[in-house]
Design a protein around this ligand. Sequence first.
Ligand SMILES: *Cc1c(COP(=O)(O)O)cnc(C)c1O
Length: 484
Amino acid sequence: MSDSDLDVFKSAATRTVQALAEYAKSSRAGAGPAVKLAPIRALAESLDVPRLIREGGLFEDRWPAFLDDYLAATTRLHHPGYMAHQVAAPHPAGAIAALIDGFTNNAMAVYEMGPAATAIEFAVLNWMLEKAGWTPAPWPGSSPRDGTHGAGVLTHGGSLATLTVLIAARRRAAPDVWAEGNPPGLAVMASPHAHYSIARAVGIMGLGHRAIISLDTDDNGAILPDRIPPAFERARTEGRRPFVLVANACSTPVGRYDPLRDIAAICREHDVWLHVDGAHGAAALLSPRLRHLLDGLELADSLVWDAHKLLRAPALCAAVLVRSARDLDNAFVQEGSYLFHEKFQPGIDMIGRTIECTKAGLGLKAFFVLAALGENGIARYVEQATDLARRSFALINRRPGFSCPVEPQSNILCFRYGEDDAMQMELRNRLIMEGDFHISTTEFRGHRYLRLVFMNPGTDESVVEALLDRIETFANETRSAALP
Ligand SMILES: *Cc1c(COP(=O)(O)O)cnc(C)c1O
């Protein structure tokens, strides 16, 4: 890196920070669209991407124009009409972390490649362990505490975190699995509303999707604990061996929490690992008012918690957390003489706990946001987003033609206009094409619903009202267009 590279960096970065601040300000004020889907090839060409790849020179004089064009083609998560997905409208402190991490490139799967980043990750994980009700890990080098303690690792996303957990759970049930492969009959119990990453992990692990035993749920999609013991009986008579049960906190489609305390008691009785998928909803642990939704979590074996969802960190930063450190330390069997050996070690190598070898300093993203707002600041945000979902539920149910399938427990809210499944897709397509509101859809109990996720502190009831007005208008237009 030459001095002139650094001069270019300084001026481009200064310009970038100004442009981003303007972008956030105008997005927040509702300048839009929230979403605009241009055709991909035209987009790449209008940004001059193929030529820039061949010839370079982006950061000399083209930068301001390129940046404006790029930002104009982004999905605006800071726009109050962004209610589509569970990805944070990130706090700017997280972007500073991304910049520093990108610049220093302390790929800290081994301590020597990122001591400061590892120290921060270790402390963030311990903070999360305490919130889960588990014993945090003693600092490496200090004398271990009596009894067991928890452990964790940050990974690039909840899906990878989920795979990590299921691998750890399988190792406990099948200690020889790394040498011998999967023993016959291993099965995974899960809610039918579990995130698709569970099924994907099961497939990757070579268990086959038929290894998933889908549990019975109530009208809200929450697991019915009473139905779990008979499911164990059935599995056993079929010669199957459930080794892990996955509960949602909360579920992706409708945001409901499974009853963890009852489920944990049954898992203990059957000696089965209880994994709590809190990728989205574990943040409720921070709020004294909402913490009861995860009552019983302390009895589980593991938790996945995404900081890039309700902790307002930019993607990606997901935590794998286990009650007993041994379970995570035994998850993988590794070789690699250039990395795994005795050495001068005043810290800890995270590499034994992850699928990744090179790993970004992910902890910075969660830490900077926490350190900007404090845990109480995040708790207020989670409460505000949840309260908005609850008020919007009432508001939607009051409006003729609209209905909600489930009363929200989190910041996820499903609803529909009319009864026709195809109509919901049509409505969403119209909304996306227009761009003022960005919402998603989901299937729940065999029907299609429109789906809101309140991630943006700038979204309020007036935005929801305006969205409903727009949906009514579209529906009326569709109806009159269908008249002979
Ligand atoms: C988002 C989500 C995941 C997947 O996490 P990614 O970080 O998107 O990979 C898993 N489970 C639940 C419940 C989720 O909401």
